[in-house]
Design a protein around this ligand. Structure first.
Ligand code: PMP
Length: 428
């Protein structure tokens, strides 16, 4: 579509004043002004279906969060050097959603900060420096986390202490035991660190491997890898920024779906439904090595307004049954995309857990040749049908379908019909 004059001017103004690292989506960028549930509206009043945002997880502009923030903002906002109920109440509730071994919480404002602290804690605990991440992982913007984020591309040097391992991609890896295969990746990553004289500190993974192309795997898949990590004296850092807070349906946390108890868990995105709040949850004995010697203060981390927002998120996930909803509607959505795959050979694979689905586009299902060009063309076609999403994976050919949990059955036809029509329009 053609950009309207107002949006074109706004983009020009934006380009004059914003740093160039910002990237807009789409050939005709979308100028959004309002959101509600899983729907968004642009400046011209056009409605969109948000198939991408896991931050506004309860739905855009959810009143429970707005009210909680408004109430607390009118009362007091302060920091963690004074006693306040909200952070204690929230921590008790948050920890109650986790296995008993995970007994301590800390707070920041972004997922990057949570992962940055997790890496420092892993190092303090293990006495090592080496961090393993998957091929296309993204863990954050700080020096430490961007140095462990190969997704940023060749312009961003990886830290000398980072080693990349291959993600457990059951569609592409030819093995009948992907869990054992992945554990071998971890073994060779650790061996490679040792060859460079770097002691192993930990494995940092997103348990649904979102940026690696959405790889839900099956229960037990990660167990042997975690045994390898522990035997080598390292820790498991579960980056729950994407799979956390009910998203994957079956369990509240992504690691729960895999039957794991991580050593460190990092939280972000959906935690405040848009209010910047993030967290680190730890086994007390793992955290101690860091906390005993290094003070931590984060000006905005754990402030009462953020904690009020985060509490409202927990309340709402429960009161609206959103985890169950994610499991049920996610399964229906997955089945609908899978039906589509029967009619469009360009859909090589459809996989997911809850409302977190990957749809892999290939030029030929027999060879599984990734079709990045088609995926990018599909994004534009979907946009013209009002469906917003993006791609993931090392080949950029996996549609990432991860709507707010407010996405409901009534949206399935729009989401799936738009993909059907897009592929047909592109002759795929
Ligand atoms: N980890 C993962 C898995 C993420 O997806 C992201 C953000 N895309 C981050 C960490 C970093 O979070 P933030 O942008 O809030 O710093």
């Amino acid at each position: 579509g053609e950009l309207d004059a107002g949006t074109r001017e706004l983009i020009e103004r934006r380009e004059r004043v914003l740093g160039e690292s910002y990237r807009l989506f789409y050939r005709s960028p979308v100028h959004l002004v309002r959101g509600e549930g899983a729907h968004l509206w642009d400046a011209e009043g056009r409605r969109y279906l948000d198939m991408y945002n896991n931050v506004a997880s309860l739905g855009h502009c959810h009143p429970a969060v707005i009210d909680a923030v408004d109430r607390q903002m009118r009362m007091l906002n302060t920091h963690t050097r004074y006693v306040h109920e909200t952070i204690v109440d929230y921590s008790e509730r948050l920890l109650a959603t986790m296995p008993a071994e995970l007994g301590k919480a800390m707070y920041m404002c972004t997922g990057s900060e949570a992962n940055d602290l997790a890496m420092r804690v892993a190092r303090a605990f293990s006495g090592g420096e080496g961090i393993l991440v998957t091929r296309e992982a993204y863990h954050g913007t700080s020096d430490l986390t961007s140095g462990a984020s190969p997704a940023l591309g060749s312009g961003q040097p990886l830290a000398a202490t980072t080693r990349i391992i291959e993600a457990p991609d059951a569609y592409r890896v030819d093995t009948d035991d992907i869990g054992h295969w992945f554990a071998d990746q971890v073994r060779s990553g650790i061996a490679d660190l040792e060859l460079s004289g770097i002691r192993f500190a930990g494995l940092m993974i997103d348990s649904i491997f979102s940026s690696d192309g959405v790889l839900p795997g099956t229960r037990g898949m990660l167990r042997e890898a975690v045994e390898v990590v522990h035997a080598a004296g390292g820790v498991l850092i579960a980056d729950e920024v994407q799979p956390g807070f009910g998203r994957t349906g079956e369990s509240f946390w992504g690691f729960g779906r895999h039957g794991l108890v991580p050593d460190l868990v990092t939280l972000g995105k959906p935690m405040g439904n848009g209010i910047p709040v993030s967290g680190l949850v730890a086994r007390p004995e793992v955290l101690a090595a860091f906390s005993d010697s290094i003070p931590y203060f984060n000006t905005f981390g754990g402030n009462p307004v953020s904690m009020a927002a985060a509490s409202a998120v927990l309340d709402t996930i429960q009161s609206e049954g959103l985890q169950q909803h994610s499991a049920e509607v996610g399964a229906e959505l997955l089945a609908a995309y899978a039906d589509l795959a029967d009619r469009h050979p360009a859909i090589g694979d459809v996989r997911g857990a809850g409302l977190f689905i990957g749809c892999e586009l290939v030029s030929d299902p027999a060879t599984k040749q990734p079709d990045r060009g088609l995926a990018l063309a599909v994004l534009e076609e979907l946009r013209s049908r009002g469906v917003l999403t993006s791609v993931a994976g090392p080949h950029g050919n996996v549609l990432k379908l991860r709507p707010p949990l407010a996405f409901d059955r009534g949206d399935i036809d729009w989401a799936v019909g738009a993909l059907d029509d897009s592929l047909t329009a592109l002759g795929a």
